[in-house]
Design a protein around this ligand. Structure first.
Ligand code: C2E
Ligand code: MG
Ligand code: MG
Length: 736
């Protein structure tokens, strides 16, 4: 299993989410900080502007107040009207410059002609008024209008103040202009309306004035900015009564928000670093946790779809892949081949070398299979020693067969297991997809049937599924189902008994029990056929037990010297078989010495210790073992020599040839001699003619069985044979 370090999607996702959230939080924090600072700065600027505007108003009011201190005065009225230049300079003009900083003062008569002029603390010629007249006259006119039509007293009864003021531009410099009439402060001096002299005062708004205004509010860097100069946000325009901008008062803007940020900057930086560190730490732990989670998730996923022993895909993953492959293959001409593979001698390895060796064999098999097929093909472990292989892009049956051939060759090579060289071999069933409609289950079933056929036809080979295998299987299934029914007591199964005679043909030595199944639909099925089905379908144990019990019960009720019962090799593989037989003998009351068990040679060839000990146990209890159909298989002399059996039955195929083929009689003679040499009994099966009988007798075989004497008989018929008797009740309920 390949573990992907650090790059699991889950880990990525977790990291990304946390980082995004952190970045988002940081952006909000920083954004909000700047926004708050900006808002604070903005509010502060508005306040600063208000301060400057108020300061300017105060400055104008101050000019008026200062002017008032001299314009409402009896002496001013009289001295102005008498044209006392010295007095006017001392009290109305130079004095204003010295004490209050007014830059220009003009005293005008009732007809607005200048009678006195002062500039920058010096009395100058009255003609100077002419230079400034255009800027001054509109405000002067306003005051004259007020004087001509005095405004009403205000709510508190105070008479309205007679003053006209404005911001003006003199020689390009902004200035505060204030105009007031000279009026007496007592009744000692009287003045007819319309004859008032005017006091015109001008104060330039210069840097000093601006500094005074700003200084009151502790604003730094205050300056006068002329129109031509660009000003920042921190500026208040100087606007005259007509809305004309004359210049600006600018200052260094106070930014409390930004200042705060500046001051907090380093602390924030440190805090961010710490937070970053904590985040990194948490992230690392989170990544580790999510990586662990991902790994265990991957592990679980892997385990769910793979076989732990071999690492191959398991059945679930295999079936899923097969379905997909079939779907894809449906769209092009190429076909999918399914190979079902089963080891031939796996059980043997497991039984003799133990499970660890069996596991090792499976592992090595998996490796060989994987190395033999292409990368695109799939090999999966389906069961104990069963493997399935999906081959893609198979052109025809031949190419699938080639691969099967190669696989078989590979598995024929010896395996090294626990210092032992083991030859195993395998069988393969092949099924090919047919067009887009191929169903995965159907293909699996066909490959399985083909595998079964391959095994039946001798193992170590492959078999391609053929259409008629299906029919055969269906028939077998049907027989199996009916056999099960019959075994549950529905009836139909019986035993027939065929006597075995002594050579002269009159004396009954014993009998062989042969199973019969008279089926209502299929008619009588040959015993060999349904026995084979029972073996295939796992019914043989039950069927065999029934036959054994039945035969023993029958024999126990007769004076028959012995009864022979056929035993399937499969029954002998059951380690409990000897005990089972013993309990049947006990139950039926038959003496073990009266029981013979017939089995074929194949089972003896397995060299299986378990079978060997079962046979030994059976023989030890007094039961005799008979080798049936002797001569048809690979006769194992060593087995005979080890005296594991008590009797040979020469197969009827040899007996039949006795009349026709002289070489056959030589073989039969040899077989009989062999039996005698080994000191085992010998029976000839299928004796049908008198000639055979005579020949066999002459050769020394004196146990004969066959149609010449009697076919297998129903129990009742059998018991009526001359020379036999039985207890009455057993005969009838032999098959209860
Ligand atoms: P087998 O044990 O070799 O049985 C002898 C077969 O030869 C029987 O066939 C019998 O009817 C037949 N036979 C007897 N005399 C003659 C003759 O003169 N000429 C010819 N042509 N045939 C003769 P059957 O009953 O059809 O049994 C076939 C095989 O089925 C048996 O061969 C035996 O292997 C198996 N079988 C029968 N009953 C049982 C049983 O209860 N259990 C097991 N496991 N196998 C059984
Ligand atoms: Mg037999
Ligand atoms: Mg036989």
């Amino acid at each position: 299993m390949s573990q992907r370090q650090n790059s699991s999607p889950l880990t990525h996702q977790v990291t990304l989410t946390v980082l995004t959230l952190a970045a988002f939080a940081l952006a909000i924090l920083v954004g909000f900080g700047f926004y708050a600072a900006f808002q604070a700065d903005h509010a502060s600027l508005e306040r600063q502007k208000m301060f400057i505007a108020d300061g300017l108003k105060d400055q104008i009011a101050a000019v008026e107040r200062e002017q008032e201190s001299v314009s409402i005065w009896d002496d001013s009225v009289t001295n102005a009207k008498t044209g006392n230049q010295e007095w006017m300079a001392e009290n109305l003009s130079v004095w204003m410059y010295t004490y209050y900083g007014h830059n220009q003062v003009y005293i005008l008569d009732a007809a607005d002609h200048p009678v006195h002029a002062m500039r920058e603390g010096k009395v100058v010629d009255t003609s100077a008024f002419g230079e400034d007249a255009s800027a001054l006259l509109p405000t002067i006119g306003k005051l004259r209008a007020m004087l001509a039509r005095p405004p009403k007293a205000d709510a508190s009864g105070q008479p309205a103040r007679m003053v006209a003021e404005d911001l003006i531009s003199l020689g390009g410099k902004p200035a505060i202009l204030s105009v007031m009439p000279l009026v007496p402060n007592s009744s000692r001096v009287t003045q007819a309306p319309g004859t008032e002299y005017l006091h015109v005062s001008v104060e330039f708004i210069n840097d000093a004035v601006v500094g005074r205004i700003a200084g009151k509010y502790l604003l730094d860097g205050a300056r006068l900015a002329p129109l031509s100069q660009t000003v920042g946000a921190a500026a208040v325009p100087l606007v005259d009564s007509h809305g004309v901008i004359l210049g600006y008062i600018g200052w260094d803007q106070e930014r409390p928000g930004l200042d705060l940020l500046h001051k907090m900057g380093p602390a924030l930086g440190v805090a961010l670093l710490v937070a970053g560190g904590v985040l990194a730490f948490l992230l690392r732990r989170l990544r580790r946790a999510s990586f662990a989670l991902q790994s265990s998730q991957d592990q679980a996923q892997y385990l769910a779809f793979h076989d732990t022993l071999t690492g191959l895909p398991n059945r679930a993953l295999f079936e899923d892949r097969l379905r997909r492959m079939l779907l894809f293959a449906g769209y092009d001409a190429a076909r999918v081949a399914l190979l079902y593979l089963d080891l031939d001698r796996f059980k043997h390895v497991n039984d003799t070398l133990g499970h660890p060796a069996g596991d090792e064999l499976v592992r090595q098999t998996a490796a060989r299979l994987r190395h033999t097929i292409r990368e695109v093909d799939t090999v999966a472990r389906i069961g104990g020693d069963e493997f399935a292989i999906i081959l893609l892009d198979v052109r025809d049956v031949r190419s699938a067969e080639d691969i099967a051939e190669r696989l078989l060759q590979k598995l024929c090579e010896p395996f090294r297991l626990i210092d032992d060289q083991i030859f195993v071999g395998a069988s393969i069933g092949i099924a090919l997809s047919a067009g887009p409609e191929t169903d995965a289950d159907d293909l699996l079933r066909k490959a399985d049937i083909a595998l079964y056929e391959a095994k039946k036809n001798g193992r170590g080979r492959y078999q391609v599924f053929a259409g008629d295998m299906d029919d055969l299987l269906l028939r077998k299934r049907k027989v199996e189902a009916e056999l099960r029914k019959a075994l549950t007591g529905a009836g139909g199964i019986k035993l027939a008994y065929q006597p075995v005679y002594a050579g002269e043909g009159r004396r009954i030595l014993g009998a062989e029990a042969l199973i019969r199944w008279g089926h209502e639909v299929h008619g009588a099925l040959p015993a060999a056929q349904f026995i084979a089905i029972a073996e295939e379908r796992g019914l043989i144990g039950e069927l065999g037990k029934w036959a054994l019990t039945e035969a023993c019960r029958f024999a126990a009720a007769t004076e028959l010297p012995w009864i022979a019962v056929n035993i399937s090799p499969m029954q002998l593989r059951d380690v409990n078989f000897a005990e089972e037989v013993a309990s049947i003998l006990q139950e039926t009351g038959l003496d073990p010495a009266r029981l013979q068990l017939e089995t074929t040679e194949s089972v003896l060839l397995e060299h299986n210790d378990a079978i060997g000990s079962v046979i030994a146990a059976l023989r030890k209890s007094g039961i005799r073992m008979v080798l049936d159909d002797f001569g048809t298989g690979y006769s194992s002399l060593s087995y005979l020599r080890r005296q594991a059996i008590d009797k040979l039955k020469i197969d009827r195929s040899f007996v039949r040839l006795l009349d026709e083929d002289p070489s056959a009689s030589a073989i039969v003679k040899a077989l009989i001699d062999l039996a005698r040499a080994l000191d085992v009994e010998v029976t000839a099966e299928g004796v049908e003619t008198e000639e055979q009988r005579v020949l066999l007798l002459a050769m020394g075989c004196n146990q004969l069985q066959g149609y010449l004497f009697s076919p297998p008989l129903e129990p009742g018929q059998f018991l009526s044979l001359p020379g036999l008797s039985a207890g009455p009740q057993e005969l009838t309920n032999a098959r209860a």
